[in-house]
Design a protein around this ligand. Structure first.
Ligand code: FDA
Length: 305
């Protein structure tokens, strides 16, 4: 219930204005977001890479409805990629891109052209792009775009969400040689017709998807903070005879940082998803929805306490 309310607030312009203008404690945002500038992204990436972790940088923004903003997002990714290369942070650091930030919702063709340019720059910088997955209304067009991108840039990554009923089949389809698939539970409010609603069903689906990806010949990227699913991932890797370099774990910046380091020290590859930029509102609200216990903490900071 609380989760649905927070996810609805994530899409509310009025709520966004209220939160953005409140004396919100910088600590809340900085717990989950690297900062607002390219330099913040580079600094945090350096710290993580020096600690043996890999990184995926996300320039925050979604639901862009004008061309200028979509092109500005593309420009920031191009600037970021050339700085990452200049600073020796590739290939350990890749980028994550949301097609809606490139205008997918109002000009699909343009969003494809812009993401193609970002993939090309990533390849030139010695790294890759993973295309984030958004709500179910864009699953098909996003997977189609990735399919086309992979013909030119084979290491382009896809994201699949275990809460969607279709995802086990998508995992089987995308488990072939060369594919990179990030498997997560899914962060949007979705209707029962397309998505499992309770945690147990979502977790069970996640395990079936792990099996499909680990059994295949691709490169699974298990994006979860869930201790049980991480253990299952390790178990399935052994079962399907995979070495620690044939898959990776992924977690979000600021969530279970000790566990990120522990897994890396145990010899697993761990990639931290690091968002940066001014458009932190939607991202932050989804993180709160995942863990309503954080809401009280957040509410206190809104009141300046
Ligand atoms: P779950 O939410 O059940 O949490 C399991 C445990 O993790 C909790 O019990 C707690 O210990 C800890 N935890 C989780 N969230 C926390 C928080 N906010 N604060 C503190 N502790 C917390 N989604 C999507 O729809 N499209 C996408 O493209 C992506 N991309 C993506 C990339 C990466 C690298 C990650 C890790 C996640 C995503 N997601 C995503 C988000 C994903 O779908 C999901 O919402 C979150 O990862 C939370 O799900 P968990 O699997 O962590 O389990």
């Amino acid at each position: 219930m609380l989760r649905s309310i927070i996810l609805a607030a994530a899409r509310s312009a009025r709520m966004e204005k209220l939160v953005a203008t409140a004396p919100i404690s910088r600590n809340i945002v900085s717990r989950y977001v690297a900062g607002t500038a390219t330099e913040d992204a580079l600094r945090v990436s350096r710290e993580l890479v020096d600690n043996g972790l890999k990184v995926s940088l996300d320039y925050l923004g979604e639901d862009t409805f004008n061309t200028r903003q979509a092109e500005a997002t593309r420009d920031e990714y191009l600037r970021l990629l050339s700085s990452l290369q200049a600073d020796g942070l590739t290939p350990a650091t890749e980028v994550s891109v949301k097609l809606s930030a490139l205008g997918q919702r109002f000009d699909e063709e343009m969003s494809f052209r812009l993401v193609d340019e970002i993939c090309s720059a990533a390849e030139a910088a010695g790294t890759a792009v993973t295309v984030d997955m958004e709500d179910h209304s864009v699953t098909d067009i996003t997977l189609d775009a990735i399919h086309q991108l992979r013909e030119k840039y084979p290491s382009t990554g896809a994201v699949l969400q275990s809460y969607l009923r279709r995802t086990e089949a998508d995992c089987r389809e995308l488990s072939g040689k060369g594919s990179r698939v990030r498997l997560c539970k899914g962060a949007y409010a979705e209707p029962e017709s397309v998505a499992y609603q309770n945690r147990l069903d979502i977790d069970r689906s996640y395990v079936r998807c792990v099996n499909a990806l680990m059994r295949g010949d691709g490169y699974p990227m298990l994006a979860t903070h869930d201790p049980r699913l991480i253990e299952i991932g390790i178990d399935r890797a052994t079962w399907f005879d995979r070495g620690p370099h044939s898959f990776e774990f992924q977690m979000l910046y600021g969530i279970r940082p000790e566990e990120q380091l522990r897994l890396a020290q145990d010899g697993y590859q761990v990639r931290v998803y690091v968002p940066y930029g001014d458009e932190w509102y939607g991202y932050l609200m989804r993180r709160l929805a995942e863990r309503p216990a954080n809401v009280a903490f957040f509410a206190r900071s809104l009141r300046g306490k």
